[in-house]
Design a protein around this ligand. Sequence first.
Ligand SMILES: C[S@@+](CC[C@H](N)C(=O)[O-])C[C@H]1O[C@@H](n2cnc3c(N)ncnc32)[C@H](O)[C@@H]1O
Length: 217
Amino acid sequence: MNCCQCQGIEELFSESFVRDELARYRRRGPNKTTRILISALKSRGVQGLTLLDIGGGIGAIQHEMLQAGVEHATDVEASSAYLNVTREEARRRGVADRIQYEHGNFVDLASEIKPADIVTLDRVICCYDDMERLVGSSVVKARKFYGVVYPRDTWWVKVGLAIQNFFLSLGRTRYRSFVHPTKAVDALVTRNGFKQSFYRQTFVWQVVVYARPASRL
Ligand SMILES: C[S@@+](CC[C@H](N)C(=O)[O-])C[C@H]1O[C@@H](n2cnc3c(N)ncnc32)[C@H](O)[C@@H]1O
């Protein structure tokens, strides 16, 4: 991977950072917005479906969705630390044969990745500068549901991320976070035939599930 942000991802998500996150997940389960996304998807019925989880991190969505009846998951992950740890966790849980792992920038790999019934990007859109290419190349992979968690484009979130980026630049990390316009994300997803079927927001995040209207399935 040679994009600057992908190198930043490798720098920020170190082995110890990722192992701490896995330990937290084992103790407390998925974080609040991930739980909201999982519950919204489950309530729409996921039995027997396939999942493409882009930037799956430690794999919380994959594990919870497999438990809920999803048949097979694919995880496309830019960070090698996350990928190593999530693979290990899948083996520990006995589900490694139901998850396919791909290492790299989804935007570069998209042409090789098969479509899935459900596509999720949980706190991933904010990690990538080119929202149009990330959302554009992932939404076309979704047959039924497209679920995203990404920052609200409010002034306080923009100020918060600007401060975070400032400290990251002091630490000489190339990683940056991005607040992409909600209207632009929504327009791109709906232009691809989806309708918003679930929306919830917290102080910082918005959780959205889009569904293809039944006639288009
Ligand atoms: C903040 S973490 C979120 C991890 C997990 N989804 C969660 O919510 O706990 C962002 C993740 O997105 C991945 N990521 C960001 N841009 C990506 C891209 N273009 N292709 C693949 N993975 C990407 C990062 O490597 C990282 O694992």
